[in-house]
Ligand binder design. Structure first.
Ligand code: ASP
Ligand code: MG
Length: 403
C-alpha cells in the first residue's frame, strides 16, 4: 500500500548546505520505500530572527504587512535550495510558497489563522510524480496579502496540509529525538516518550513544552492527524502523538514541563463586586494579550486581589491596560513580577487517580519551595513559583513520580 506522508523540517534541520543535502537524501529514501511525500520547510537556522532584527534596524513601526512579506522570504530560501538538492539526486521536486500551495488565511498579519486549504496544485504535482516542497509558516489572506502564522508556524502548515491531503501521517523533524518526560537539559534522567495522546501534547505545548507549536497540535487533534516527532540528526524513531488508546491504561503523570517566559500582574485591592473582573480582562484581551493563569483571593472587607500571568514580552502593555481599568474601578494599584516560573505535571491518567495534587505539593514542600499560584485542568496541574527554584522543582518531581 502506498502511503502519503508529510515531512516537516525545522530550521536546524535545514540549517546549512550539508543539512539540506542530508534532508534531500532522506526524502529520496522515503520515496524509494514506496511513499509519496510532501515536504514542508522552515527558514534556515536563525534566519527568521535575523530578519526581525534587520527590520528593527530600519523601522520603529514595523508595518505588519511588510513584516510578513519580509519573513516569508526565509522559507523561500530553504524550499528552493531543497528542490535543487533533490534535483541532484534525480528526485523531481517543485517548490510552492504558502500562497501557491493554496493556504488561505484570515487577515491578521503576523499571527494569521488558516481558514481553508485548496491543495489542487499540490495534488497535481503528487500525481505527476513530483515531491512538492512547501514553504512553511505562511499563506495568503482573504484580501490577497501574504501572511505569516506566528512563530513556529511551519508545524501548523505541515499538520494542516496533512489534514487537507488526507495524509497517512505527518512527520515533524527537529533537533531533538522526540518528546521527553522533562527537559533533558534540566533532568539528566529524562527519557523519550514513545507515544503520547493529543490531549496530553496540547497541555504540554501550552505549558512550556517547546517541541511543537500549540496551534499545530490543536489542528492535529481536531483532524486526527497522527504526528511523529523525530530527529533529523539521528533519524531514529521518535514520539508518536495520537488519539488516546482506550484499551491502554494511561500513565498518571506522563511528563513535566516548565516555563520561565511569563510574568505575573497583580491588581491590588479591587472592589469586590460584579463586573470588575470582566472589565480588567476585557481591557487586557483588547490589547491582544493572552492571559494564562488567573487567581482571585477571597475578599477582605469588600476588597480582593486579582493576579494573572502574561507573556513577559507583554508586561508593559498589560500594565498599561490594567492601570487604566484600575483607575476606573478604583483599585489600589497594579504591580508586575517578572521573576516567576511555572512547573506543570501532565498525564491522562490523572483523571482517574486522586492524590496527584497532594503528592506534587508535598514534594515541593519537602524542597522548601513556596507555591504562589495553582491552576488545574482534567489532566494537568501547574504551580507558579520563584523562577530560580524551577529547575530544582522539576528534578524533584521527576524523581518523586518515578518518570
Ligand atoms: N521560521 C519561522 C520561525 O522561526 C517558522 C518556523 O520555524 O516554524 O518562527
Ligand atoms: Mg523555527
Amino acid at each position: 500500500m502506498v502511503s502519503l506522508l508529510v515531512q516537516k523540517y525545522g530550521g536546524t534541520s535545514v540549517g546549512d548546505a550539508d543539512r539540506i543535502r542530508a534532508v534531500a537524501d532522506h526524502v529520496a529514501r522515503t520515496r524509494r520505500a514506496g511513499n509519496s511525500v510532501v515536504v514542508v520547510v522552515s527558514a534556515m537556522g536563525k534566519t527568521t530572527d535575523d530578519l526581525i532584527r534587520l527590520a528593527h534596524e530600519v523601522s520603529g513601526k514595523l508595518p505588519p504587512r511588510e513584516l510578513d512579506m519580509l519573513l516569508t522570504s526565509g522559507e523561500r530560501i530553504s524550499m528552493s535550495l531543497l528542490c535543487m538538492a533533490l534535483a541532484d539526486l534525480g528526485v523531481p521536486a517543485v517548490s510552492f510558497t504558502g500562497s501557491q500551495a493554496g493556504i488561505i488565511t484570515d487577515t491578521d498579519h503576523t499571527k494569521a489563522k488558516i481558514l481553508e486549504i485548496k491543495p489542487e496544485r499540490l495534488r497535481k504535482a503528487i500525481a505527476d510524480g513530483y515531491v512538492p516542497v512547501v514553504a512553511g509558516f505562511q499563506g495568503m489572506s482573504t484580501d490577497r496579502n501574504i501572511t505569516t502564522l506566528g512563530r513556529g508556524g511551519s508545524d501548523t502548515t505541515a499538520v494542516a496540509l496533512s489534514a487537507a491531503l488526507s495524509a497517512d501521517f505527518c512527520e515533524i523533524y527537529t533537533d531533538v529525538s522526540g518528546v521527553f518526560t522533562a527537559d533533558p537539559r534540566v533532568v539528566t534522567k529524562a527519557h523519550k516518550i514513545p507515544r503520547i495522546s493529543f490531549e496530553e501534547m496540547l497541555e504540554l505545548a501550552a505549558s512550556g513544552g517547546r517541541v511543537l507549536a500549540l496551534r499545530s497540535v490543536e489542528f492535529a487533534r481536531n483532524y486526527m492527524v497522527p504526528l511523529h516527532v523525530r530527529s533529523s540528526f539521528t533519524w531514529e524513531p521518535g514520539t508518536w502523538v495520537t488519539e488516546e488508546d482506550p484499551q491502554m491504561e494511561q500513565p498518571v503523570v506522563s511528563a513535566i514541563s516548565h516555563d520561565t517566559s511569563e510574568a505575573k500582574i497583580t491588581v491590588r485591592e479591587v472592589p469586590d463586586k460584579p463586573g470588575v473582573a470582566a472589565k480588567i480582562f476585557l481591557a487586557v484581551a483588547d490589547a491582544g494579550i493572552n492571559v494564562d493563569m488567573i487567581v482571585q483571593n477571597t475578599s477582605v472587607e469588600g476588597f480582593t486581589d486579582i493576579s494573572f500571568t502574561v507573556p513577559r514580552l507583554d508586561i508593559a502593555a498589560s500594565l498599561a491596560a490594567a492601570n487604566r481599568i484600575a483607575q476606573e474601578i478604583e483599585a489600589k494599584q497594579v504591580i508586575s513580577d517578572d521573576q516567576i516560573g511555572r512547573v506543570s505535571l501532565v498525564g491522562a491518567g490523572m483523571k482517574s487517580h486522586p492524590g496527584v495534587t497532594a503528592k506534587m505539593f508535598s514534594t515541593l514542600a519537602n524542597e522548601g519551595i513556596n507555591i504562589e499560584m495553582i491552576s488545574t485542568s482534567a489532566i494537568r496541574i501547574s504551580c507558579v513559583m520563584r523562577q530560580d527554584v524551577v529547575e530544582r522543582a522539576v528534578i524533584a518531581l521527576h524523581e518523586a513520580f518515578e518518570l
